[in-house]
Design a protein. Structure first.
Length: 149
């Protein structure tokens, strides 16, 4: 059994004490996240200790597209020659300083990959957007989810 539960962020989650070391990610969770969810810009999922409400970490999931110029020649071999392909962005991945190195980041990333695979929207690419806009692109299908972790 996991120490953490990952579920859609709720207003009952305790976000006030969240600090991950990136001020922009802290502020987003505390002031903007529900606006983005309401506007359907992104969905937010939070990890909390089982039975707890304090946010140990969170990520957002959103539809996106990937320009073909961002992909490797190997990835391009399997794709149509459109200017871009549908993608799912796993963005704003952050873990509270109190929980870093204790596992919630792994649970969040696995949860995000599973949700991306289960999405009914057609998307070939999933990628993680890190701090300060750094992104790691990954191409995966149901058979190789572990390759994106």
């Amino acid at each position: 059994m996991s120490l953490y539960e990952v579920r859609a962020l709720q207003r009952t989650h305790d976000r006030a004490g969240f600090q991950c070391g990136e001020e922009a990610l802290d502020i987003y969770l505390k002031t903007q996240v529900f606006q983005d969810v309401k506007r359907k810009v992104a969905n937010c999922f939070a990890a909390a200790e089982r039975g707890g409400l304090a946010v140990a970490g969170y990520y957002t999931l959103a539809a996106a597209n990937s320009p073909l110029t961002e992909l490797t020649p190997e990835e391009l071999k399997r794709l149509p020659r459109y200017p871009s392909v549908p993608a799912i962005r796993i963005g704003r991945l952050a873990v509270d300083l109190r929980f870093q190195g204790k596992g919630p980041g792994e649970w969040l990333l696995m949860d995000a990959a599973n949700r991306a695979l289960k999405a009914e929207a057609a998307a070939r690419i999933s990628y993680v957007e890190g701090a300060a806009g750094h992104a790691g692109w990954k191409c995966f299908s149901g058979a190789d989810v572990a390759s994106c972790l």
